[in-house]
Design a protein around this ligand. Structure first.
Ligand SMILES: C[S@@+](CC[C@H](N)C(=O)[O-])C[C@H]1O[C@@H](n2cnc3c(N)ncnc32)[C@H](O)[C@@H]1O
Length: 202
């Protein structure tokens, strides 16, 4: 079974878990919310939205933003649908081949999902494509000390969730630049995670 099928099956079976309900890495959401507050977008999309925990917080905090969500797992998308207001648009699909027109959103968020992607460069290229000029990518994922990362990357293929790779800072920065983004700002926000904010030039 390939990694995407593993992810889909795993997250389909996770819909009602307590972990999923609260969001998989909830303590990092505040950094993303802060950035959204600074940018003040009209339209935002969350890629790999999971059960919609992050977007429901965005909705509570910024009720005027039109919200969109994409996830590979049908069950996660159903859960997100139930948790958000009717104006939100939720879509089942693959981050590496998004079923969206170009230049649609002012902000793309992606929380704890990119380590599941076999071809993360394709996904970042897609995130760039669907952003409007002047729009922002707010990327959050795992990172930790190199020896621990090496162990995690050896274990990932044996896990059931379709985890592919924990990328180091250089890999993330290189891929984000290659996608076309400028003003790439990477920072560690906890011992186990990072936030990378990047802009699509006007
Ligand atoms: C660890 S969960 C994180 C969910 C959510 N962002 C959160 O913070 O709670 C990873 C999510 O990425 C989704 N995912 C994995 N591979 C994907 C892909 N290729 N395209 C879209 N979503 C994907 C999974 O279905 C899952 O919902």
């Amino acid at each position: 079974m390939d990694e995407k099928q593993k992810s889909r099956n795993y997250f389909n079976s996770h819909r009602k878990s307590r972990l999923a309900h609260g969001g998989y890495w909830r303590h990092d959401y505040r950094y993303q919310l802060k950035a959204i507050g600074r940018i003040k977008p009209d339209r935002l999309i969350d890629i790999g939205c999971g059960p919609g925990a992050f977007l429901s917080l965005v909705e509570d905090t910024f009720p005027d933003i039109q919200l969109n969500a994409l996830d590979l797992s049908e069950e996660m998308i159903s859960e997100t649908r139930e948790r958000l207001s009717d104006t939100a648009i939720v879509t089942v699909g693959d981050a590496e081949h998004m079923p969206f027109e170009s230049e649609q959103y002012q902000v793309v968020t992606c929380n704890m999902s990119i380590h599941h992607y076999p071809h993360p460069q394709d996904a970042l290229n897609e995130m760039y494509r669907i952003l409007k000029p002047g729009g922002y990518l707010l990327l959050n994922d795992m990172d930790c000390a190199a020896p621990l990362r090496a162990v995690a990357n050896r274990i990932f293929p044996r896990l059931p969730g379709g985890d592919v790779k924990m990328y180091c800072r250089n890999e993330i920065e290189e891929m984000v630049h290659s996608a076309g983004f400028c003003k790439v700002r990477y920072r560690k926000i906890s011992p186990f995670s990072f936030q990378c904010v990047a802009k699509k030039a006007l």
